[in-house]
Design a protein around this ligand. Structure first.
Ligand code: GLC
Length: 667
């Protein structure tokens, strides 16, 4: 049961659709008080048995207990344990233990969640402003609560099936020939591939909706040349529009007044990749419609997918910040002998990016009212992606377009997927990826994934192999890396056989993964679940954070430590272990409920098949165009009769136009 509690005069975030009447009685699941400054705080005593699930894209565990988090969409590539905010804000929690209920704190402003950090037995929610809505959701189980949240926030965006293919990206494919080399690198080595990403390098001077004539000549025919190889190109679109006289998007946006402003009415400016930019006011429906219509130029060139970036929005500097730093330097006493002053100096000169002060200086036009950005900060990326997605309804009415975003808020899951931003080539980031996936699923972000191999710092062969062995199970399976880092394509580490084996296995599994994904989309469910969601009476399962259920048939226990020969795994029920190598079953073993040591070499992928369930595998192919589901190989726990309902469609028509089409596979 969902109850809505309204505090003050909140701005509609767009997360919840449909009318829910506010409750007139007091919020009783949480204790409410005001701090010394008059700010609302909501408190809850936690029982020892309570697990706190949620927060979507956030650092740390599946169980969020023991840390403090702040929902404030942040461009921060160093996702270390002490961080409180990442790129998305997903203010949804489920308390599961002695009690079982969910909370959705709906506000575009920042919110702090102290989940047993100050006091292990207490949850304290501190919104930064007193205008907000809290939804409480009582349900039978965590999954029931997730489904109820989805009912009020809407069903998830559906990606095209080709987006389940393997995708290669890198910031620094400077020319069409660089992209051709990547495509050939994969095809030559028989490593399947469905897409190559175009980072900011494809643009002219990093200007949105432009393509460099010099480096990507005859773009349209280049797109179809790649398409003939079974490869789609996926260009990036950044939030900031370059300030440059004569650049049509800038000129139009300025003339129509579609950019964010300062308090004095002038257009707000901040430096991002193109240099000084203006930010389109995505909170204004007219500006949204205008920006969205611009994707047409790329769709017309044959493009079928996009990634929206820098939309927290990220700011490298502002004129205000630069002047303040210059003033500070001018008056700085370099002869002083005080280390603290020098620390302050480097902080001031080096701290020009993403300043809260600069965010507070941005103003939006919301229904004719000038609203300070701090009140709606977490909604900016959401509305950029909404702009694209709403435009695709008109520009591509019959065919799905791939769209995912870096920054997000609950509600954006109706319009697109997400990737989890700039991670690093660290082993700990495989684990973070594992833990984040079910939390994202809880909030409706079903089409999601991390930069496999790590975005920043240098990747190694073993790291990439282990990461791919997990990435096989995430809807977005994309290898992406930063300019200047070691090459990270699957053919960059010598012998390619192991890479070919892992990615071919992904393709053998795509019909199953897509089927499970579609069922989750169509029934407001989760495709990737923590063990505790299904084995709620099993304390070991509830506390397991590094194993996941992928759809109805399998459990995975990825290896995320360097030099490990395998890992310990907990089986909450009897299961069949299958070790895949070269995309085929290498060994298989029945294992009983309990703890086991699992051996798996770098080129092997362990998968656990659940009792009474079936895992269908199909022929390995080079790209999703070639998928053929006619002759499945059926793997099961044992030889007792069982069946699997395979969801199938053409992978591209809009779901609303499709009948739900299932095929029963049985042994
Ligand atoms: C941001 C994105 C990253 C991209 C880079 C250059 O850091 O998160 O994925 O490669 O910008 O566009």
């Amino acid at each position: 049961m969902v109850k809505k509690y309204v505090f003050g005069d909140p701005i509609d975030t767009g997360a919840v659709i449909g009318d829910i009447s506010p409750c007139t009685e007091e919020l009783c699941l949480l204790t409410q008080e005001k701090d010394e400054e008059g700010r609302l705080r909501f408190l809850l005593s936690l029982d020892d048995s309570d697990i706190v699930y949620g927060l979507g894209e956030a650092p740390r565990g599946i169980n969020k207990r023991g840390h403090i988090y702040e929902s404030f969409n942040s461009d921060d590539p160093y996702h270390t344990e002490e961080k409180r905010s990442l790129y998305g804000s997903h203010n949804f929690l489920i308390i599961s233990g002695k009690s079982c209920f969910g909370l959705f704190v709906d506000t575009g402003a920042s919110v702090t969640f102290d989940i047993g950090y100050t006091d292990y037995d207490r949850l304290v929610i501190c919104p930064s402003e007193n205008d907000l809505v809290i939804y409480t959701i009582e349900g039978e189980s965590p999954l029931d609560i997730v489904k109820q949240l989805r009912k009020i926030t809407g069903s998830s965006y559906i990606a095209p099936r080709w987006a389940f293919g393997f995708q290669q990206s890198r910031w620094s494919y400077f020319t069409a020939d660089d992209v051709r080399r990547v495509a050939e690198g994969y095809r030559k080595n028989d490593i399947p591939l469905d897409a190559v990403y175009l980072d900011i390098d494809y643009m002219e001077g990093y200007k949105d909706f432009t393509v460099s004539e010099e480096r990507f000549p005859e773009f349209k025919s280049f797109v179809s040349e790649m398409r003939d190889m079974g490869i789609r190109l996926v260009p990036i679109i950044d939030a900031g529009v370059k300030i440059e006289d004569g650049y049509d998007i800038y000129e139009e946006g300025k003339e129509k007044g579609f950019f964010c402003r300062r308090k004095d009415g002038s257009f707000f400016a901040a430096g991002v990749w193109p240099g000084r930019t203006h930010f389109p006011d995505f909170l204004d429906p007219e500006a949204r419609e205008w920006f969205g219509s611009k994707y047409k130029v790329l769709l017309d060139a044959g493009i079928e997918g996009f990634w929206n970036d820098m939309n927290e929005p990220a700011m490298f500097y502002t004129d205000e910040g630069i002047s303040e730093a210059a003033e500070y330097l001018k008056s700085f006493d370099f002869s002083c002998n005080d280390p603290n002053k020098f620390f302050e100096l480097s902080g001031t000169a080096g701290g020009l990016n993403n300043r809260r002060k600069d965010y507070a200086a941005i103003y939006h036009n919301i229904k004719g009212r000038s609203v300070c950005h701090s009140r709606v900060h977490n909604l900016y990326g959401f509305n950029m992606t909404r702009a694209a997605s709403e435009a695709f309804e008109k520009l591509s009415p019959d065919r799905r377009v791939l769209i995912f975003s870096r920054s997000s808020y609950i509600g954006m899951h109706r319009f697109g997927g997400i990737w989890t931003g700039d991670n690093q080539s660290w082993w700990s980031h495989i684990l973070l990826n594992i833990k984040m996936m079910p939390s994202l699923n809880m909030c409706g972000f079903l089409y999601s994934g991390a930069d496999i191999g790590g975005f920043g710092t240098n990747c190694t062969r073993d790291l990439l192999l282990r990461w791919l062995a997990f990435g096989i199970f995430t809807p977005l399976m994309r290898d992406h890396s930063a300019f200047g880092t070691r090459a990270q394509e699957c053919y960059s580490f010598g012998d390619t056989a192991a890479f070919k084996g892992l990615i071919s296995l992904r393709y053998r599994l795509i019909p199953y993964l897509y089927s499970e994904y579609m069922k989750a989309c169509l029934h407001d469910d989760m495709m990737i679940k923590p063990l505790g969601f299904e084995f709620s009476d099993d304390e070991m399962a509830r506390r397991t954070e590094d194993q996941l259920l992928i759809g109805e048939s399998i459990m995975v226990a990825p290896i995320y430590e360097q030099n490990a020969a395998g890992r310990y795994v907990y089986l909450p029920e009897d299961m069949r272990l299958i070790i895949f190598k070269n995309a085929s079953v290498e060994r298989s073993e029945l294992l009983s409920k309990g703890i086991h040591y699992l051996h798996a070499a770098l080129d092997e992928v362990p998968v656990f098949i659940r009792k009474g369930k079936l895992l269908p595998l199909f022929r390995a192919v080079q790209c999703t165009d070639e998928l053929d589901t006619s002759e499945p190989e059926l793997l099961s726990y044992n030889s007792e009769p069982c069946s699997y309902l395979l969801y199938e469609d053409d992978g591209i028509s809009k779901a609303a136009d499709l009948p739900e089409n299932y095929r029963t596979l049985s042994i």
